[in-house]
Each structure stands twice: as structure tokens, then as C-alpha cells.
Design a protein around this ligand. Structure first.
Ligand SMILES: [Fe+2]
Length: 271
């Protein structure tokens, strides 16, 4: 993590990384997403299911998507935030058309959803520690005014409950102008966003009729964060078996004393 990334992540609770994907990586990912969208739902690879513009376990549709879990530009950030003890535990592909996101996706964060005791954000020894965060990889452009992701910068460290209705008093009839405390993050194809789950975030109504939202949501936790609902593997067996050994290791829970082989290296190639 560079000093600039660390500063911005600590200050705002997220970072927008521009041009993370090479032209080739972006093209391969876009082609894979298009193939996934064109695949009839009953012919999707085992363990991938579609609903409401999202493909659960969609990261496992193609190696070009799976490889993003260990992308060289985000991997050092994943390693630092988890103190070199990362676990990847969900990867959904979003491919939404103009018919989706026609109402405001309610503002929320893990503190409100799961209880303040469940998530940590801290800085020790010049390093950020965060036990739950997401990385979004964008495959299509978002322009100012389009809608999409909205965040409340700094809210990952908020000390007060968010008063109900403060930003969207009537979610059925959202104001034309955003409250100045909110930011609509407009990422371009090839960008990535790293966001603490403690950051209050939501989704604005998607306005374009001819441009779609296409991105991958990768979720990471510390490897000793046990949110496994009784399962050791975060993905069904049919998904686990087609993953590369590196991704499989990344997805495993482990003790807080263990260092995974993949965490010993700065560059991991998904084989
Ligand atoms: Fe969310």
C-alpha cells in the first residue's frame, strides 16, 4: 500500500484506483462477462446462479475474473489491511441493465447491519487494519450523473448513529442534488475501488438507458474472521473444485498465527 493510498483510505474509508487493469486484462474480463450474460441461466457453470442483475459466485465463471482476486495492484492492499492474513469469501458479478436499480439502494454499513462489535478498523504501527472490506473491479464506465455507487466518506470512523432519513428523507422521491457529505463514485472500466464495509454506502438510481453497470464484487476478511455458517469452504464444492490452488488457499479460514503460502509473496499468479 503506498503512503498516498494509506492516507486516503484512512481519511475517507475507501480508495479509487484508476487504470488498475491492463488493456488485455480488461478486454479478457469484458469478454468473459459478455459470455456469462449471453449464457442461458440453466446452462451457467455449476454453482453460479443469477438473480436481479447479479451472478452469485460469478468470479468463478472465467479465469480472467478469478485472477482478479489476487491482482498485483490490489494484492498489496489486501495484504496490508488484513496484516498479511487475508481470506477471500465472496465474489459476485454484477451485470445490470437499465431495468435494475430504479429505486435507491438503501444506505448501510456492516456496523448497522451486523452490530458495531463485529467489525474492526484501526491504525497501529503506521499500518491500517480492517477485518472486512470489498474490492470492486469495473468493466464499464460510470459517468457523473449516471448513478451507481454512493459513499459517505469518513463514516467508517463515525462515532454517532446516522439519523434516519438525513440524506434521503423520501427514498421514493430522491432529491436531484446529493447531500454535500455524500460522494457518487464514478469509476471507469479498468478501475478498482477498495472500500471498508464500515463505510456507509448505497446505490443511486441508474439513469442511462443504453449503458449497463458491469463490475465484480470481491469480499475479503481476515482469515480468522469466522463467518462460515458452519462451512469451512466459502463456496459450494462445484465452485471450489474449478478454482486454482492459489484462490482456494486464499478462500480458506486459518488461525491468526498462520501465514498462507500466497501471503509470502508480493505477486501471485493464478494458475
Ligand atoms: Fe453493501
Amino acid at each position: 500500500m503506498t503512503p498516498k493510498q494509506r492516507y486516503l483510505f484512512d481519511l475517507t474509508g475507501y480508495i479509487h484506483l484508476k487504470n488498475v487493469l491492463s488493456d488485455e486484462e480488461l478486454q479478457n474480463a469484458q469478454d468473459a462477462v459478455e459470455r456469462c450474460v449471453q449464457t442461458p441461466q440453466d446452462e451457467l457453470p455449476p454453482g453460479i446462479s443469477y438473480g436481479g442483475g447479479g451472478y452469485s459466485n460469478g468470479f468463478s465463471f472465467d479465469k480472467s475474473l478469478e485472477a482478479l482476486t489476487l491482482h498485483p495492484k490490489t494484492w498489496p492492499i489486501v495484504k496490508e489491511l488484513t496484516d498479511n492474513k487475508p481470506r477471500f469469501n465472496r465474489g459476485s458479478l454484477v451485470a445490470k441493465g437499465p431495468e435494475h436499480d430504479q429505486v435507491i439502494g438503501k444506505l448501510h454499513c456492516a456496523r448497522e447491519d451486523c452490530g458495531w462489535q463485529t467489525r474492526r478498523y484501526d491504525v497501529r504501527d503506521g499500518q491500517v487494519h480492517c477485518n472486512d472490506f470489498v474490492v470492486f473491479f469495473y468493466f464499464a464506465d460510470v459517468h457523473p450523473g449516471d448513478g451507481g455507487l454512493v459513499v459517505l466518506p469518513g463514516s467508517h470512523k463515525a462515532n454517532f448513529e446516522r439519523p434516519e432519513g438525513i440524506f434521503f428523507p423520501d427514498p421514493e422521491d430522491p432529491p436531484d442534488e446529493l447531500h454535500p457529505a455524500l460522494v457518487n463514485v464514478t469509476a471507469r472500466a479498468g478501475d478498482a475501488i477498495v472500500l471498508s464495509e464500515l463505510l456507509t454506502h448505497g446505490v443511486l438510481i441508474w439513469k442511462p438507458k443504453e449503458r449497463y453497470r458491469r463490475f465484480l464484487i470481491l469480499r475479503y476478511k481476515t482469515q480468522f474472521f469466522q463467518d462460515t455458517r458452519g462451512h469451512r469452504d466459502p463456496f459450494p464444492p462445484e465452485v471450489m473444485e474449478r478454482l486454482s490452488p492459489e484462490t482456494r488457499e486464499l478462500s480458506q479460514p486459518a488461525s491468526y498465527t498462520h501465514i498462507k503460502d500466497i501471503a509470502k509473496s508480493e505477486h501471485v499468479r493464478v494458475t
